[in-house]
Design a protein around this ligand. Structure first.
Ligand code: 2NL
Length: 364
């Protein structure tokens, strides 16, 4: 056996016997490190004659290769053994119950929107949606709201600094009416839609938030009248509040986009500091509460939206969703709706799987 072979056998035996990864590393440094024994041998090649190098070079390189392979093999074996030991020690019991995952809940506004959509779907209404960034023609002009109307003032409306491609002022919609305008301009009557969504007004106090939620309804056909309006609202409110004793009072009012216009009150009474909807507002212990605005779509609005006012007519209404949610579920502070406080949500939030249906119960 040559000296090189003897040295290789000794080094490989030491490596194979290394007890742990630290020992393998120490042997690597001792053999292949800067001052290692194998590195020293490689350096002797420089001082050899060509003949010596030709015979000894391959042996030295074979030695280095054998040592390198032995180091890699021992390292892999030790790492494999460590993993096996870890797997054996950390046995998983697949029969244990899983940790509870954090549970989300449906926001009351989303819940009430779903309830409203379900009730109106049963009466043949489709849900229509549109952009929250609108132009002043669709938000105001088409609705017969004059340039000088106070609602248009900077004070109430969030305007964008630039105008759109047609030169119209851009704004955050102040109601969902532009969705109905878009529908009238793009679809042939009969139309039966509700338009729920976020709306924006520059207003902020205990009972007003700059963003809030509204649902508007629109019905257009050949001979729609206010009787249809009252029946539709009564049927909706009975289903929404789940009571048959809902009594409505229509009061003459004014909106630029409806003629005639009516404000709709609902009878209620106070119970343990909470308003409970139901009963005739003039009955003992009862009163009237204004709930929504409505009316027959103004002929000018129909014409602005491309419909012949002598052929088509219809009713429209608008309700605040946040207030409906407060009334139904007994919440007293509007601002808490948009605070993002999860404690409020876990108190008032709704299960994601309790989807409102008429067949299964509309309420959460
Ligand atoms: C209110 C009043 C209302 C409408 C909204 C409407 C929409 C079109 C045409 C005609 Cl496109 N009317 N919407 C009508 C009457 C009242 O809302 O006080 N809401 C809380």
């Amino acid at each position: 056996m040559s000296d090189y072979q003897a040295m290789q056998a000794k080094l490989v035996a030491e490596i194979d016997a290394a007890a742990d990864l630290d020992a393998v590393e120490a042997l690597r440094v001792a053999a292949l490190g800067k001052a290692g024994s194998v590195s020293a041998l490689l350096k002797t090649l420089g001082g050899m004659t060509p003949d010596e190098r030709q015979t000894q070079g391959p042996q030295i390189h074979a030695l280095r290769e054998a040592v390198t392979n032995a180091l890699a093999a021992r390292k892999a074996a030790l790492e494999g053994a460590a993993l096996e030991a870890k797997l054996a020690a950390e046995r998983l019991d697949m029969t244990l119950p899983a940790d509870a995952a954090p549970k989300g809940s449906v926001h009351p506004v989303s819940q009430v929107m779903d309830e409203i959509a379900e009730i109106f779907a049963d009466m043949g209404f489709a849900v229509a949606t549109g952009p929250e960034i609108e132009d002043d023609w669709r938000n105001f002009t088409a609705l017969n709201i004059p340039e000088t109307h106070p609602a248009r003032a900077m004070h109430d409306t969030f305007y964008f600094p630039d105008k759109d491609a047609e030169g119209r002022a851009m704004l955050l919609r102040t109601h969902t009416s532009p969705v109905q305008v878009r529908t009238m301009m793009s679809k042939e009557p009969p139309i039966r839609i509700i338009a729920p969504g976020r709306v924006y007004r520059s207003d902020s106090d205990a009972t007003h938030t700059p963003m809030f939620h509204q649902v508007e309804g629109l019905v257009i056909d050949r001979d729609i009248h206010m009787g249809h309006l009252k029946w539709t609202l009564e049927t909706f409110l009975k289903a929404f509040f789940e009571r048959d004793d809902i009594v409505l009072r229509l009061r003459p009012s004014y909106f630029p986009f409806t003629e005639p216009s009516a404000e709709v009150d609902v009878g209620y009474r106070q119970e343990k500091g909470r308003r409970i909807v139901g009963g005739h507002g003039d009955d003992d212990g009862h009163a009237w509460m204004e709930l929504l605005g409505s009316g027959m779509v103004n002929r000018r609005v129909l014409a602005n939206c491309g419909l012949d006012p002598d052929a088509w007519q219809g009713f429209a209404f608008g309700i605040g969703i946040d207030r409906l949610a407060m009334l139904k579920y007994g919440m007293d502070d509007l601002r808490a709706f948009f605070d993002g406080d999860l404690r409020w949500l876990s108190h008032y939030g709704f299960g994601a799987l309790n989807v409102p249906t008429l067949s299964g119960g509309i309420s959460a």
